[in-house]
Design a protein. Sequence first.
Lengths: 447, 668
Amino acid sequence: MQALETIGRPDHRELLKQRIIARTARVGVIGIGFIGLPLAVAHAKAGFDVVGVDHDHIRVAQLTKGLNYLRDVRDDDLASAVASGKLTATTDFDSIRDFDVIVICVPTPVTASKDPDTSFVRRTGELIAAQLLPGRLITLESTTYPGLTEDVLRPIFDTSGLKAGEDYFLAFSPVRSDPGNVELSALNVNKIVGALTPACLDVATTFYKQTIPEVIAVSSPKVAEITKVFENTFRAVNIALVNELALLCDKLGINVWEVIDASATKPYGIMRFDPGPGVGGHWIPLDPFYLAWAARQHDFHLRFSELAAEINILMPQFVREKVIRQLNSSGKPMRDANILLIGMAYKKNVDDWQESPALKCMYLFEADRAIVTYHDPHVPSFRDRNGRLRHSVPLTPERLGAADCVCIMTDHDETDWDSIATHATSILDSRNATRHVEHDREKIVLL
Amino acid sequence: MSATLDGGGRPEFDRSRALVKFGFDVLVAVGAFAAAGILTGTKIAPTAAAVALSVIFPAVVLALITLGFERLHGLTSRPAMRALLTLLGVAAATGFLIALSPAMNFAWTPLSAILAGALFVAIRPAVRVRRGAETAPVVRNRKPHAKRTLVVGSKDAASALIRLTAAREDLPFDIVGCVDDSPVRKSVEGVAVVGAVDRLAEIINRFEAECVIIAATNVSRERVRDINDMCATVAAPDGGRIVVKVLPEVAEMLMGTIQVGRLRDVSLEDLLRRKRVTIDAKLAAPHLRNQIVLVTGAGGSIGSELCRQIAAFEPKLLLLLGHGENSLFAIDQELRSSLGFTRTRIIVADVADAARVRRTFARFRPHIVFHAAAHKHVPIVEDNVCEAVRNNVLGTQVLALAAAASGVAKFVMISTDKAVNPSSMMGATKRAAELICQAFEGRTGTEFVSVRFGNVLGSRGSVVHTFKRQLESGSPLTVTHPDMVRYFMTIPEAVTLVLEAMAIGRDGQVFVMDMGEPVRVVELAENLIRLSGLRPYEDVDIVFTGIRPGEKLFEEMLTARERENPTINERLFMAQQERIEYDRLSDTIGRLDLAVRTPDPETVVKLMGVLVPSYTPSPHLIGDRNGSMAQMAPVETARNGAAHVTLSSGDGEASEAADLAGAADAGA
C-alpha cells in the first residue's frame, strides 16, 4: 500500500528499474581509468548506452576512436562497443545530467602522509549534486575507507534537496579485478553491493545483475566498503608473512621457495602466497592504509595491517642488500655497477609499473649510483620521478653478459629464462622465475 | 665517416709478412755490400765482426724505420712511398757507414754506396711483381669499345679505380691519364699523372678523352661542379659531351646501396654547396635494433628512405604502412633484394582510419613509430582541403592517440619548413600535426618528436623531379618566380637527421634541420640544363609562371633565436616551442573532424585558422566569401605579432585561439 504523501508522485524506483531492465537507462561512468574503462565496456556489452566522462582529453579521444589503452580490456570488446555506438566518451561533465545511472570510478589515492585522499570522490560528488535529477542511481566503485559513502557522499547529494532512497539511489559496490587476468574481468567476478536504503539496494542490485552473474547484497555501504579493504589487506598481510619468512630463510641459508612449495602440499588450512621484492599495484600497497586510517579514527590500531605494510616496504631494501652482497662476492662495488632489471611491472603479465617494487629498487640502485636499465615487454617506456622517459632495452646475449647483476623483478610468462641464465654472469631472482632452469644454477641467487 | 677508399679500410698490420720483408731487406743489404766489395776490389771483410756489424746495422735501421712507418701510417700499401723510404734508408745507412769507415778500417768508395742503393731499389719491385699482381702496377687495358678516360685524383681512390678497371672486362673505361693539382707521385698504377685540374679542358683535348671520372675522397660539391663546368666547355672527339662520373662516397658504399664497382653520374646533389650530414650510429641503434618499428607512408620518398636506413639497424620487425600497395611492394622488394632484410610486414591502411590503425597497433605493438604519411603537394592540397586535413591532421591525431594507447616509446612526425607561419593549407596541416604531437608532451609514456624537412631533392613532385621530366620531354623548365629561393637537402641526409632526432628528441620537441644556404630555384634550373650539356635560355628556355596559391618566395626554416638552441648534432636545431595543452586543441579537432566528414571545406579552412593561428590562407580559399573571415581574427593578430590584443569576438573560442597564437609566435 502506498503511503499517503507519495500518492501522485512518480515511483522513481520502479521507473528506473524498468529502464535498467529494458536497457534504455543511460549509464555514465565517471573516470575511465583502470577501474572505469573495463566497467564501461562491460555495461556497453550488456546493451546499455554508456558514456565515459573524464577530464583527460587524450583518454577521451582514444576511447572515442576505439583505441584501447588498457591491457585488461580486450581490444575487440572495446572497439566493437565503440563501433556499435554503445560506448562513447566526453570531457563534458555537464553531460552527467543525462545519465540514469552514474558510476563513480575516480581514483582514491593516499596522501604523502599515507592518509586517504578522497578529494576526487568529493569533487565528483559535488559535480553530480549540482545537476542531480530525481530517478538517478549513483554507485561508487572506488576503494574507500568504511563510511565514505554514507558520511561523505550522502550529505553532498542531499544538498540537492533530493531524498536518498526515494528520489535518488546511492550504493557502494567495489570493483574486484585481477589485473593481468583478462579472463577474470569485471564481467564475471561476483560483486558486493551495499546501499543506503532497501530501495537503493533494490535498484543497485537490479543494475549490477544485468552485467554480473552473482550480486551479493550486504546490509550497508560500510559493510561493502570494509569488505573490499579487508580482501586486499588479507592479501597484503599474507604476502608480508611469506616475505618475513624469506628474510628469515636468508639468515638460515634455506631456500624459501622450497618451504613454500612444501607447505602448499597441505590440502587444507593453508593458502599459497609467494614472497617477492615487495608489493605494488593500485590496491595492495594502499588499502591497508585505508583500513588503518579508518581504525585510527576510532582510537584503534590495526597492528597486522600496519606491520604488513612495514615488512612489504622493506623488501626493496632487502633486494638492494642481496645485490650488494652479490656484487661484493665478485669484488665489485654498487657504484657504476651495470644492473639490468628484468620486469618493471608490479606483477606478472601486467603493464602497471607505478608503485612497483622494481621501480623502488631502481631508485635505490640509482641512489647508490649504479647504472640501471630494464627490460619489460609490457612496459616499453615510462616516465620516472624526474620526468625522464625510460625505455625498455631489448634482451640480447651481449647486454645480459655485460650486466654485473641481472635482477629478476617480474616473472612475465613470455620471458626466456633459459637464455637469461645462459648469458648473464650473475642473477638475483626475486620471484623464483628460474625454477625450471636446470643449467647455470651457480649463477643464480634466489631471494 | 672518414676512411680511405680502400673499401674496407687498410689491412691489418701483418707481422709475418713484415718479417718476410725484413728478412728480404737483410738479404738485399748483404748482397749489395758484397757486390760493392767485389766491384771495388778492395779489402773484403777484414774481420768477421766488422762485416756482420756493417751488414746487420743498416738492415736493422732500415727495418725499424719501415716498421715504424707501417705502424704509424700504414704507408706500406703505397709502393712509391715505400721505394722512397727504402732509398732514403739506404742512403742514410750508407752515409753513416762511410762516416764510420775510417774507424772501422774500411776503404769503400761512395760508388759502393750508390750501387748498394740502386740494387736495393731495383730488386724490391722485381720481387714484388713475382709475388703477384696484388700491388703491382697494372698493364693498361685496351678494351675494344672502352672510353678514353681521365681520372681526377692520384691517391688511393684513383689507384683503386685504375686497378679495378684493368681487372674487369665489363668496365668500359680505358684510363689514359690522371689529373691532380698536387700529385704525390708521377704515375698511379702505371698511369701517368698528366697535369693539374685547372688545365683539364686542355688535357681532355690532348688525350682525346671522352670521359672524366672523379676519384678522390672528400671532394667538395663545388669542386665537382667546377670540374663539370670545365668539361662542359670542350667536346669529346665524336663531338658529343664529355661524360663526368663521380666515384661514390664511402658512406654510400658502407650503407650497402652502392657497389664499389659502380660509378654514378654527376647529379644535382653535387650542385648543393654543403657538407655531408653525419650521424652517430650509436645513438639511434638502441632504439631500433631488435625493436618493432612502424613507418607510415613507407612507400613515399621519405618513408622508403627511412625504411632503408632503419633496416640497416636490424630491427626485429619493420612494419611498412601506406595506402598504395605498389609503392609498398616496391620498397619491400628493395629491402629484401638489396639489403637482404626480410623481417617486414606490409600494412595497407589509411592513417585516418582509426579501426585499421587500432588493429595494427594492438597486433604488433610497435616500439618506435615514424610518421611520414602526408599529402604534401601544396597546390593539390589547396584544392583538396578536406582530404588533406583528414589525412595530415586527423591521421596524425589517430596515430598519436593509438601510439600513446598502445605504449609506443617514440613517435617521430615528419614535418616541413612550410609549417612555419604557413601560407598554404599544406603547411597549416603540418603545423597542426606538430601541435598535436607537442600537446601530448608529458601526458603519456610516449615521447613525441617532430622534424621539419626542407625541400628534398629527388622527392616525387619536388622541383628537381619536375625539372628532370621537363628536360627529358624537351619542354622549357618552369620556375614560378625569378627570386624563388628554396632550401635543399638530399633525402638520405634528411632521413639520417630524422634518426638522430629520434634518438635525442623528447617531450614534443620540434627539430629543424640546418639546410645550409638557400638556393635560387632559377639557378638550380640553369645548372641542371648545363649538366645536360645544354645552354640555359639558348638550348632550353626557362619560363616564369608566377607564384601559385599558397607558395612563398622564401621559406623560413630557422630564426636567429632557434639557432641559439643547438643540439649535439651540429645540423639539428630545436625550434622554440611553448607547451600547448591537448585539452585546448581537442575541441577544435573534434569540430574539424565533423567538418571534414560533412564535407565543408569553408569551415575546415576557418577551423584550421583557429587551430594554427599563424596560418594565412591563400586568397582563393577565403576569396569571394565576404565577411566569412571575420572570425579569423586570431590569424591576423598572430601575424602582426600582437597576439594578446583584445580580439573582436569575446567568446572562449577566440581567446583560446589567442593563446595558441602566442605559442605559435614563439615557434615561428
